[in-house]
Each structure stands twice: as C-alpha cells, then as structure tokens.
Design a protein around this ligand. Structure first.
Ligand SMILES: NC(=O)c1ccc[n+]([C@@H]2O[C@H](COP(=O)([O-])OP(=O)(O)OC[C@H]3O[C@@H](n4cnc5c(N)ncnc54)[C@H](O)[C@@H]3O)[C@@H](O)[C@H]2O)c1
Length: 316
C-alpha cells in the first residue's frame, strides 16, 4: 500500500482524512505545525511537528512518501480572512511553493491541493439566489479576498508543475466543509461551528448575535462527504480543479434556525450589521463533480448539524 503524507493533519479536514486512511490500513504520516487535539489519537502511523514554510522541513515531511494530501494552510473563517491579508498570502504561498518543488524532487506519485470556493469572482456572488458556481466561472478572476487570490495562484502553480514536471496533481475547491472535531472558537472558526458554539453557550431562553443581516447565502458539506470526495478525486484521472461541496443553498438565518431547533432552546437572534459577511451569495454547482466522480454528497444538513452541535455542546 502507498505511504501517504497528510499536511495539516492536526487541523479539521486533515485529521478526518488521516483517520479514514489510517482505518483503511494505509501508512499515514501526519504533519502539522501544531496539534489541536480535537480528534482522539492515534489516527496516523507517524506524527511529525514541522513548520512547512521551511523547505528543509518539506523535504523531511516528504521522505519515503508516495502520495501527498496537502491541506496545511494558514486560514480561518470569514472574520479571519477578512482581517488578515499579508500573513495568509505569505505563509501559504511559501508553503505551497516549497511543497510542490520538493514533491517533484522527492518523485511523489500524486499531489492533492486543497483550494477553495473563495477563488470564485466577486461579480458572480452579488445575489443571494446564487445558481451555483461552475468550475469554469473562475475566470476572469476577481476573488473577494486575499485568501482567494492565494488559492487561485496556487491552483495555477499546480497546473504549471503538472505541465512542466509531470507531477500528477488533483485540486479540490472546497465549499464550506463542516462537522465535529474542528475549530469552534478563538477567531478562526467558520459559520456552522461559530453558530453552534454561540447557541450552546446561550442561556435558555437566551439570545445570539448573527453576523450581517442573516440573508447572505451559502452551502455546506459535511466532513465525511468532504473526505469521500477528496479520496474519489485523488483516485480519478481528473486533472483540473473540481468543486467539492453541497448545492443546497441556505441563508445564515436558516442555518441558525436549524441549529436552534437541534438545541431545543428558545433563542432570539440579533444582527450585527457591521460584522464581516463576505460575498452575498455562494453556492456550488456539482454537475462536473457528479459526472467525474459518479457520486455526490449524501449527508443532509440537518444530520450533519446535529452531529456537529452535539460535539460542540459537550465542550461547555
Ligand atoms: N474547511 C473548509 O470549509 C475549507 C474550505 C475551503 C478550503 N479549505 C482548505 O482546506 C485545507 C484544510 O482546511 P481545514 O478546515 O482543515 O483548516 P484547519 O485550519 O483546521 O487546518 C489547517 C492546518 O494547517 C496547519 N498549518 C498552518 N500553517 C502551517 C505550517 N506553516 N506548517 C505546517 N502546518 C501548518 C494548521 O496548524 C492547521 O492544523 C486548507 O488548505 C484550507 O484552506 C477548507
């Protein structure tokens, strides 16, 4: 069996992916700069604490590895990516460039890169009724934030390494992957985890704050589906960026109402209009995903949110 490197394995998606592969008896080398410890260990055969901004550390991580899932990134939810620009671009571009170059030198068989729905242009996301972003909609480029530009640049870098060095690259554009064992506080959490935390912490009856007017729309994909999509894409012959997400569009208000219902609490919502809310409407078009991977996400938003809320609720 191939030996697999997962970078960012201390983080949300990386830890779930590592666990799945570890349970399938792969040799899993898990690398991260820090370990959140949200997912019970062990979920790897080897664990290395490395800062992948260092090229030497990338070489150490890649030693004796056949395939790479590169998920490490300096990132966070809308609050973090709205506020932080230079650090995100600097850290991630350096890390991605080093990982790609060292992967060629280490003769890696296949390289997975985790891109984002944030690469899609702002002008296609001004309406709450977003019909779904198709992969081809990425250009002409105009991502909403620096994080999106950095991801788009790395997509292009992956394309260049594929062309010039025959590095087999697979690129997923994740659309809001959520679930248990992920960041839920500290400023880097994303909307489902942030709302679960606020509702879990609220008294009953109580109230919570919602960022924006609550009418902004998004789609959300449960982590187990996200992992399944990553593995199917990695095994496929598809060499271009592919959406991995859900095409069920909900407003943030609806998302909050679903979690409130799961909690069984009586909660009033207050809107913080000055808070960052990102683009007005974002949805995934899954036509290419279904055609390419012969599959689509299976877990309903209600089911996924219930599992997520129950995990976050236990923290308080
Ligand atoms: N979760 C989502 O909805 C989503 C959406 C779009 C894209 N992505 C991308 O998927 C990947 C995984 O996201 P996640 O939600 O698991 O995020 P995460 O923050 O939970 O995991 C990222 C991990 O990368 C690690 N990391 C950061 N800098 C590092 C460095 N210099 N060296 C080594 N490790 C470093 C972090 O410590 C963290 O554990 C990221 O590339 C992210 O940009 C995620």
């Amino acid at each position: 069996m191939d030996k697999i490197l997962i970078t960012g394995a201390g983080g949300f998606i990386g830890s779930h992916l590592a666990k799945r592969l570890y349970e399938e008896d792969y040799e899993v080398k898990a690398v991260d700069i820090k370990w959140d410890g949200y997912l019970p260990e062990p979920y790897y055969t080897e664990k290395l604490t490395l800062d992948l901004r260092s090229r030497e550390n990338c070489r150490i991580a890649l030693k004796d590895v056949d395939q790479v899932f590169h998920l490490a990134a300096n990132m966070g939810g809308i609050g973090f990516i709205t506020e932080v620009g230079a650090e995100i671009m600097h850290d991630n571009v350096i890390m991605n460039a080093n990982m790609l170059q060292e992967s060629v030198e280490s003769k890696i068989g296949r390289f997975f890169f985790s891109s984002s729905a944030c690469i899609y242009p702002t002008y296609r996301q001004v309406d709450t009724e977003n019909p779904g972003l198709k992969e081809e909609d990425a250009y002409p480029a105009d991502p909403d934030d620096f994080y999106g530009w950095e991801k788009l640049y790395t997509e292009k870098m992956c394309e260049a390494y594929q062309r010039d060095h025959n590095l087999e690259v697979r690129v997923a554009r994740f659309h809001n992957i959520y679930g248990p064992h992920g960041t839920y506080d500290g400023g880097r959490e994303k909307s489902p985890a942030a709302l679960c935390r606020k509702i879990a912490q609220a008294s009953n009856p109580g109230n919570i704050e919602i960022w924006g007017d609550g009418q902004q729309t998004r789609s959300y994909c449960y982590i187990d589906d996200g992992v399944e999509g990553i593995l199917r894409l990695m095994k496929s012959d598809f060499q271009e960026p592919l959406n991995i997400g859900s095409d069920r569009l909900v407003t943030i208000e609806e998302l909050a109402d679903m979690i409130i219902k799961i909690s069984g609490k009586t909660i009033e919502k207050q809107h913080l209009l000055s808070a960052p809310q990102g683009v007005r409407g974002r949805n995934a078009d899954l036509t290419l995903l279904k055609k390419t991977l012969k599959w689509e996400p299976q877990i309903s938003l209600e089911e996924g949110l219930t599992r997520t809320y129950r995990w976050i609720e236990e923290k308080f």
